[in-house]
Write a protein that binds this ligand. Structure first.
Ligand SMILES: [Mn+2]
Length: 425
C-alpha cells in the first residue's frame, strides 16, 4: 500500500480513538437510472470511503480493528471482479481482501460495538452513538489536508486557471452562457481536469445575481456583468473559484461595486490565519461591504449597526465560504462540541470553527441586486430606513459581483491557491 494512505489511516486511527469499537466504512453501490435500462448514475464512492481507500470501488468496504494496531488494523475489502465488468467496462481487480471474507472478519469479532461510516452496509447493526462520534471526529481530522491532497488541489487550480484564461480571452458580445461554459470546461479537460467539480455557474446580466445560475441560451450584451463560478476536478479533488467580468466596457458603478467586493475579498484572504474564527472573518467582510454600499449611496446608516440589524443580507445573502477539497463542501460544519450560533446574521454560515494550518477554505464575498429579496414587502418595511430604495430598484437589472479564491491556511501567511487567475473586470 502507498505510504501516504498508510500514514493517512494511522493518523485517522489516532484521531478517532475508537477504544474497543470496530470501524466499517462503505463505498456505496451504483444507483440504477429509473427507466430500467442497465445504466446507472455516475458512481461516486462516499467521501469517507474515498478518503480511507483512495480509490473508487462500488461495493468496497474499509474495516478497522483498533486492537490490531493503528497501522496493521486496517483491511480493504473489495468485490471480486466479474467477467461482465472486465468485458463491458474494462475494469481490473482492485487490490484488497475479497468482500466475501468480511463476514468471517466480523464473526471473529462478534459482540463488539461497530461505528459505521460511509454508505451503510445491509445486515450490519451499528452503534448509533459510536457512529455519530466517529463521523464528527473523522470530519474534523479530514480538515487538515495532507501533502497528497494539497498536491492534487494545486493541479486542479492549474487546470481551473487555464479554463478561466480561455474564457476571458474569448469573451465578447454575442456569445451565450452555454458557449462560454463549453469553452471553459473544454479547457479544464485539456489542462488535465477529469471532470468539472460541480455544475458550472455562468450568469450574464441579471443572471449574475442568481447564486447558482445554470448556463442558458442568454446572449452576452455589451455592459453585462458575467459571473462564473466553476472549477476543475482531478481524482475527486476540486477547486471552487468565482470571477466576475464585464462584457465590453464597465460603467463607473460596475467598477466601484467590483472594487468594494475585491477589497473585502482580499482582506478576508489575509485574515485566514491559524486561530482566526471563521464567523469573525465573515462579519468583518460584511461590515466592509456594507460600508462600501453606504459610500455608493445604496445603503444608509453606520456599517456596524446595519450588519447588527442584518440589513447587509439584502445584498450579501450567503456566508463568506466553506472548506473545499474532497468535494465542494469538504470538512465544513462546526468544531466538535460546538452548536449553531443563535445570532441570525450567522445563520447562513456553512461552518463555525477556528482556522488551523492545513485547512483549505473558499473566500467568496459577493454583492447582488436580487429582485426576490429587494422587492419583498416585509424586507422593504423592516429595512425602510437602511436602503436608498429608488436607487436599489434602478440597479435590479445589473445582477451582482462575487469573487472567490481557495486559501490554504499555513503557520505563516495564508497561501492563495488560485492566485494565478486574474481578478480584473
Ligand atoms: Mn464557488
Amino acid at each position: 500500500m502507498s505510504t501516504f494512505l498508510s500514514d493517512r489511516r494511522a493518523r485517522t486511527a489516532a484521531a478517532l480513538n475508537l477504544g474497543d469499537t470496530l470501524l466499517l466504512v462503505g463505498a456505496g453501490e451504483p444507483v440504477p437510472l429509473p427507466e430500467g435500462s442497465d445504466q446507472t448514475y455516475p458512481f461516486r464512492s462516499h467521501a469517507e470511503y474515498f478518503y480511507l481507500a483512495a480509490h473508487e470501488c462500488p461495493g468496497g468496504v474499509v474495516a478497522f480493528d483498533p486492537r490490531d494496531g493503528d497501522r496493521a488494523g486496517w483491511v480493504s475489502f473489495v468485490p471480486d471482479i466479474t467477467e461482465g465488468e472486465i468485458v463491458w467496462e474494462g475494469r481490473a481487480q482492485l487490490p484488497g481482501a475479497s468482500v466475501a471474507t468480511l463476514e468471517p472478519w466480523l464473526t471473529t469479532r462478534r459482540g463488539r460495538p461497530i461505528a459505521m461510516l460511509g454508505a451503510p452496509l445491509r445486515g450490519v447493526v451499528a452503534d448509533g452513538k459510536a457512529t455519530l462520534r466517529a463521523r464528527e471526529q473523522l470530519l474534523h481530522a479530514r480538515r487538515v489536508k495532507d501533502a497528497t491532497e494539497i498536491a492534487l488541489l494545486r493541479r486542479t487550480a492549474i487546470a481551473t486557471a487555464a479554463g478561466y484564461a480561455k474564457l476571458r480571452s474569448i469573451l465578447r458580445p454575442g456569445l451565450t452562457e452555454r458557449a462560454l461554459q463549453i469553452e471553459l470546461e473544454a479547457e479544464f479537460f485539456r489542462a488535465g481536469g477529469t471532470r468539472p467539480g460541480y455544475g458550472s455557474i455562468v450568469g450574464l446580466g441579471a443572471n449574475s445575481a442568481i447564486l447558482h445560475s445554470t448556463p442558458s441560451a442568454r446572449v452576452a450584451q455589451a455592459g453585462d456583468f458575467l459571473l462564473v463560478d466553476a472549477g476543475a476536478e482531478i481524482d475527486r479533488y476540486m477547486t471552487d473559484v468565482t470571477r466576475t467580468y464585464v462584457v465590453g466596457t464597465p460603467s463607473a458603478f460596475q467598477r466601484d461595486l467590483f472594487q468594494v467586493v475585491l477589497a473585502a475579498e482580499e482582506h478576508a484572504v489575509a485574515r485566514c490565519v491559524p486561530g482566526a474564527e471563521w464567523r469573525e472573518i465573515h462579519l468583518a467582510a460584511a461590515v466592509e461591504m456594507t460600508a462600501g454600499l453606504i459610500s455608493l449611496g445604496v445603503m444608509r446608516g453606520s456599517a456596524e449597526s446595519l450588519v447588527e440589524q442584518e440589513a447587509h443580507t439584502l445584498f450579501f445573502p450567503h456566508g463568506l465560504g466553506h472548506m473545499v477539497g474532497l468535494g465542494v463542501r469538504d470538512g465544513s460544519g462546526m468544531l466538535p462540541g460546538r452548536t449553531k450560533s443563535p445570532r441570525a446574521s450567522l445563520a447562513t454560515l456553512r461552518m463555525d470553527l477556528p482556522l488551523a494550518p492545513g485547512y483549505v477554505v473558499t473566500v467568496e464575498p459577493g454583492l447582488y441586486f436580487i429582485p426576490a429579496l429587494l422587492n419583498d414587502p416585509k424586507r422593504r418595511e423592516r429595512f425602510r430606513d437602511c436602503v436608498n430604495w429608488p436607487l436599489a430598484e434602478s440597479l435590479l437589472h445589473l445582477g451582482g459581483v462575487r469573487i472567490e479564491d481557495n486559501v490554504l491556511v499555513t503557520s505563516g501567511a495564508p497561501e492563495n491557491l488560485t492566485a494565478a487567475i486574474p481578478k480584473t473586470l
